[in-house]
Design a protein around this ligand. Structure first.
Ligand code: AMP
Ligand code: ZN
Length: 136
């Protein structure tokens, strides 16, 4: 199902043109308009889901298989040295378009990008507490 006024619904379903790298009945893979690196691509499901939590299991299962297929092509054709997969959920996490998308960011030696987080600190007690909250 598409959602009115969702730009990625329109792109995924071909109503707005895009630089398409791959398309099947469930997904379209496009080039990002503000690429972090050469070849930065987005995997878009054709059916609207705002984020990972809303993505049906079937699409969630297919998306990583497609990412692997695209990764192989990126390596072969663009000769990238590495690859980051990034998937933001919610404004707090940096999501700006509220239609699920998986970023595929090819990495090149000395490309100057920095897709990282600052390592934090914790304690054994805190690790145990988080484990209990997640598993009780
Ligand atoms: P996020 O911050 O995870 O929501 O990422 C949204 C991404 O969509 C950004 O990297 C934007 O550059 C990209 N983007 C936004 N609009 C378009 C568009 N019309 N075509 C291609 N990429 C887009
Ligand atoms: Zn949408």
């Amino acid at each position: 199902m598409k959602q009115d006024n969702c730009i990625f619904c329109k792109i995924a379903n071909g109503e707005i043109p895009s630089k398409t790298l791959y398309e099947d009945e469930s997904f379209r893979v496009i080039l990002d308009l503000s690429p972090a690196t050469r070849g930065h691509a987005l995997i878009l499901p054709k059916d609207h889901a705002a984020n990972l939590l809303e993505l049906p299991d079937e699409a969630a299962g297919k998306v990583l298989v497609l990412a692997k297929k695209m990764a192989i092509t990126m390596k072969e054709r663009l000769h990238c040295d590495g690859l980051n997969l990034v998937q933001n959920n919610g404004e707090t996490a940096g999501q700006t378009v509220m239609h699920f998308h998986l970023h595929m960011i090819p990495r090149y030696d000395a490309d100057g990008q920095n897709i990282n987080w600052k390592p934090g600190e914790t304690t054994q007690e805190e690790l145990v507490a988080v484990c209990e909250e997640m598993t009780k």
